[in-house]
Design a protein. Structure first.
Length: 189
């Protein structure tokens, strides 16, 4: 395990480095996932929105504004790279993989069963057992429809709409609606 505190495996992943499953620090990912799982047990059995916000703050190591609402169940693999603005609504069964960073700005609505996946693997079979991460950014006022999937490296523009069931692999311009698999622009707002 590396003793360099300024360049942890999490920093390396966040910077875009491809990290092999054989990396000597890879076990740190599992330890942090266990931390997230432990907090999620409490978050997902909470009876009040205030308790959910408290556990979400513990998970993300940040203050969660009282205007932000999360309906459980919720799933995340790390938590520390999820950044949340104000007046956000996240519906049930949202899945977040945040090792690459996931930023959700103010006034965003996220429908049920949405996947925000900032992580992937190399395409080549010989090197597939590795992790690649690219940040996701959902800008202010965007709406992500039910069952949509946002893939690594995607920015969803301000006031854009991602239609239900869309799979978004490319940036979504401000004030546009995208739909389909793969998602394509269907109109401007």
């Amino acid at each position: 395990m590396s003793t360099d505190k300024t360049n942890t495996i999490f920093d390396r992943i966040l910077s875009g480095e491809t990290v092999s499953f054989n990396d000597p620090d890879y076990d740190q990912l599992h330890l942090q996932s266990e931390r997230a799982i432990s907090i999620l047990v409490d978050l997902n059995t909470s009876r009040t929105l205030d308790d959910i916000r408290r556990y979400l703050g513990e998970l993300t190591q940040s203050d969660i504004d009282s205007s932000t609402t999360l309906f459980t169940p919720f799933s995340i693999n790390y938590g520390k790279n999820l950044k949340l603005g104000k007046n956000i609504f996240i519906n049930q069964n949202c899945q977040v993989l945040d090792l690459g960073g996931v930023t959700i700005d103010d006034d965003v609505m996220i429908g049920p069963r949405v996947n925000l996946l900032s992580e992937t693997h190399p395409i080549e079979p010989e090197s597939r057992k590795a992790l690649i991460a690219k940040p996701i950014h959902v800008k202010a006022g965007a709406w992500i429809g039910a069952g949509a999937t946002i893939l690594p490296g995607v920015t969803v523009g301000e006031h854009a709409i991602v239609a239900a069931g869309a799979v978004v692999s490319k940036d979504v311009p401000d004030r546009t609606v995208v739909a389909g698999v793969p998602a394509k622009i269907i109109k401007s707002i």
